[in-house]
Design a protein around this ligand. Structure first.
Ligand code: FPP
Length: 257
């Protein structure tokens, strides 16, 4: 089905968000409700990822950033961290074919050097295999912290200044945006958070400045096509003013990047 037919089928208007970011929360509660181990919730969450990635690509969304593992998540019990890493490895191994079929390019943000070596290898393989894909860019935030990314960007900019390559007086918002790990992607137009929590949890702190928020009580493993379409319709119903007074349709806040 082509994009126009899909939009019609889901009763969506043409102006979709260019970049959607998701805080996938509630896997543990989903499992607890079913008296299952927490990992069963994460496993079910991986199925939601598969469905939302495919749909995002089909709709023509340019980038989808998923908060898969925060720096704070390292504080979880060792067994849960280990099982999450196993799941990530399985996902990377089993999904490459599906990503290629759907023309999805895999990218990461975060301190991926903190991940176990075998996961880093799987990631490199999947990133390399999908590098030519020109459809959706799927960005996995792994060992990610918004504050850490801002601090890293500040260090990089300071180094340039110290080397005499940059006058501190010339540092603008664009300089910072371009030093962040998200520099390659369009502005985040829509942030979705599942499981009903009203928190940003150290995710994309700079990038969310003008994003629309969609918070749903649905737990991540239950978040599938109808929920995503609802979030997109919610976005399309918003009046985006970016601090001004006139309503702007869709995403026009992108930097010249
Ligand atoms: C939060 O649920 C979810 C995460 C820790 C990250 C998301 C992880 C997945 C969807 C697993 C699969 C990921 C990949 C990339 C294959 P929670 O455990 O905090 O839920 P709770 O708040 O209900 O306890």
């Amino acid at each position: 089905m082509n994009n126009a037919a899909l939009l019609k089928r889901y009763r969506l208007k043409p102006h979709l968000p260019r970049h959607v970011a998701i805080i996938m929360d509630g896997n543990g509660r989903w499992a607890k409700k079913r008296r299952l181990p927490r990992i069963a919730g994460h496993r079910a969450g991986a199925h939601s990822i598969r469905e939302i990635v495919r749909l995002s690509g089909e709709l023509g969304i340019e980038a989808l950033t998923l908060y898969a593992f925060s720096t704070e998540n390292w504080k979880r019990p060792k067994t849960e961290v280990g099982l999450l890493m196993q799941l990530l490895k399985q996902y990377l191994r089993s999904e490459v074919e599906e990503l290629l079929r759907n023309n999805v390019q895999l990218r990461t943000i975060g301190n991926t050097e903190d991940l176990p070596a075998e996961i880093q290898r799987e990631l490199e393989k999947a990133i390399h295999a999908t590098a030519h894909c020109a459809g959706l860019r799927l960005v996995l935030a792994l060992s990610y912290s918004g504050r850490a990314d801002l601090a890293r960007a500040a260090r990089e900019i300071a180094k340039e200044a110290k080397a005499g390559k940059l006058d501190p007086a010339d540092i603008t918002e664009k300089t910072i945006a371009q030093a962040l790990s998200t520099a390659d992607f369009p502005e985040v137009d829509l942030l979705i958070r599942t499981s009903g929590e009203f928190r940003v949890s150290n995710f994309l702190l700079w990038e969310l400045a003008y994003s629309e928020f969609h918070i749903t009580k649905t737990l991540w493993p239950d978040f599938r096509t109808p929920h995503f379409i609802r979030a997109l319709r919610d976005f399309q119903g918003r009046q985006r003013r970016f601090g001004g007074v006139e309503s702007i349709v869709g995403s026009v806040m992108s930097w010249a990047r």
